[in-house]
Design a protein around this ligand. Structure first.
Ligand SMILES: [Zn+2]
Length: 132
């Protein structure tokens, strides 16, 4: 499976980036078959429709996989999670996970989406645990 994560704004990713300016996760969703689509695409991978809308998921997820990312010298490494959103099987958002470290990271753990201000934009970040 080839996955291209949104790294710049173009026709397909403008809603994603505009959402992050307001600390909202906006994903593509097919208006024909209701499949959530991320990374953004102009065509539904399930039914090939080009009638693509945009919606905000609940922000609830489980940790599907992760990597340990070095940060600054003398700082603890960061857990970067491959989070599967509860809206759909294999709907993933990759983002740092706060509240987890190399010592306590746990596949299948419940995660809640939040945002981290960085360089004038709010980037997705997950925290361990369910929304209260
Ligand atoms: Zn579709």
């Amino acid at each position: 499976m080839t996955v291209t994560w949104p790294t710049r704004m173009d026709h397909d990713t403008v809603a994603y980036w505009e959402g992050l300016r307001e600390a909202k996760l906006i994903l593509c969703r097919c208006r024909e078959c209701e499949t959530w689509i991320h990374p953004p695409r102009a065509c539904c991978p399930a039914c090939w429709s080009d009638d693509i809308g945009h919606e905000s998921p609940s922000g609830q997820a489980t940790l599907f996989s992760y990597l340990i990312q070095p940060t600054a010298p003398k700082q603890p490494p960061e857990v970067v999670g491959w989070a599967e959103l509860v809206e759909q099987k294999e709907l993933f958002v990759v983002a740092p996970v706060e509240g987890m470290s190399f010592d306590n990271v746990e596949i299948g753990a419940k995660l809640t989406l939040g945002f981290r201000e960085q360089g004038g934009i709010s980037l997705p970040v997950f925290s361990a645990g369910e929304e209260k």
